[in-house]
Design a protein around this ligand. Structure first.
Ligand code: IPE
Ligand code: IPE
Ligand code: MG
Length: 248
């Protein structure tokens, strides 16, 4: 048994109990900063810097797809200083990290809308996705200006524009029109900072994902916390609506 308390120090997820795709709602940057008497943007800086450790740990554990929620379509409602500060931090970090991500075999992808994002950020994203597109050690989806409902709306628009007949619209087809086209659905969704909601994250793809919430704020969520989330996942019994493996 690998409960959070009794997890052996050397436990690592066995390949057959490892999620292929982990998605993370990186929440709590603001609370992390406020608790330290710092401005919220310091929290966003610390949170963005933290992505590296979690990405490295994900590669170490053998996760194939990592999706991180960095800015939602609803986050535009925040004060302009915070929104612009976030865009600046993101552009800077992507630019600074692109070469190393490439050397480490990371394929960076952007999921979300480009509209409204500043040119500087769009260019940083474009540079990173173009350079790393053929890498396959891990796929890193950066959900930026992402909304699950916007994603479904975008998919429906493209399906109609492509003239797909109504009878040909299947679950498979819709999945192929999403930003995550060709990728497996997330097996595990982690949310930091304690909230128990999806906040418009991967609402289609999350249909059968396992959910894990921790009170730790994102800037403090490191390798050990990820290992604990993976241990919790390893204990889940996924049934997908069937009676398989039912014990009572
Ligand atoms: C998550 O941290 C990052 C974004 C949503 C951009 P928050 O900024 O939501 O942090 P809290 O929830 O206010 O602590
Ligand atoms: C979700 O966090 C979005 C990201 C982590 C980017 P929020 O802080 O925006 O979510 P709510 O407002 O608590 O639902
Ligand atoms: Mg939040």
């Amino acid at each position: 048994m690998n409960t959070a308390e009794s997890l052996p120090r050397d436990w690592v997820p066995p390949p057959d109990q490892l999620p292929r795709h982990v998605a993370i709602i990186m929440d709590g940057n603001g609370r992390w900063a406020t608790a330290r008497g710092l401005p919220r943007l310091h929290g966003h800086r610390a949170g963005t810097d933290n992505i590296r450790e979690v990405l490295e740990a994900s590669v170490e554990f053998g996760i194939q797809y990592l999706t991180i929620y960095a800015f939602s379509t609803e986050n535009w409602t925040r004060p302009p200083d915070e929104v612009n500060g976030l865009f600046q931090i993101m552009a800077e970090v992507i630019r600074d990290e692109t070469e190393e991500l490439h050397r480490n075999g990371v394929c960076v992808r952007h999921i979300g809308r480009s509209e409204g994002l500043p040119q500087e950020l769009l260019e940083a994203i474009k540079g990173a996705t173009a350079l790393t597109r053929a890498n396959r050690r891990i796929i890193l989806n950066v959900a930026f200006n992402y909304g699950g409902r916007a994603e479904v709306v975008d998919a429906v628009r493209r399906i109609i524009r492509d003239g797909i007949p109504a009878d040909s619209v299947t679950e498979d087809l819709v999945s192929r029109y999403l930003y995550t086209e060709g990728q497996p659905d997330p097996d595990l969704i982690i949310r930091t900072a304690g909230e128990m909601r999806l906040s418009n994250f991967l609402i289609w793809q999350a249909a059968y994902a396992e959910y894990y919430s921790t009170s730790t704020c994102w800037p403090d969520f490191g390798r050990e916390e990820l290992r604990r989330a993976l241990a919790a996942y390893a204990q889940r019994q996924r049934k997908f609506g069937s009676l398989l493996n039912a014990t009572c």
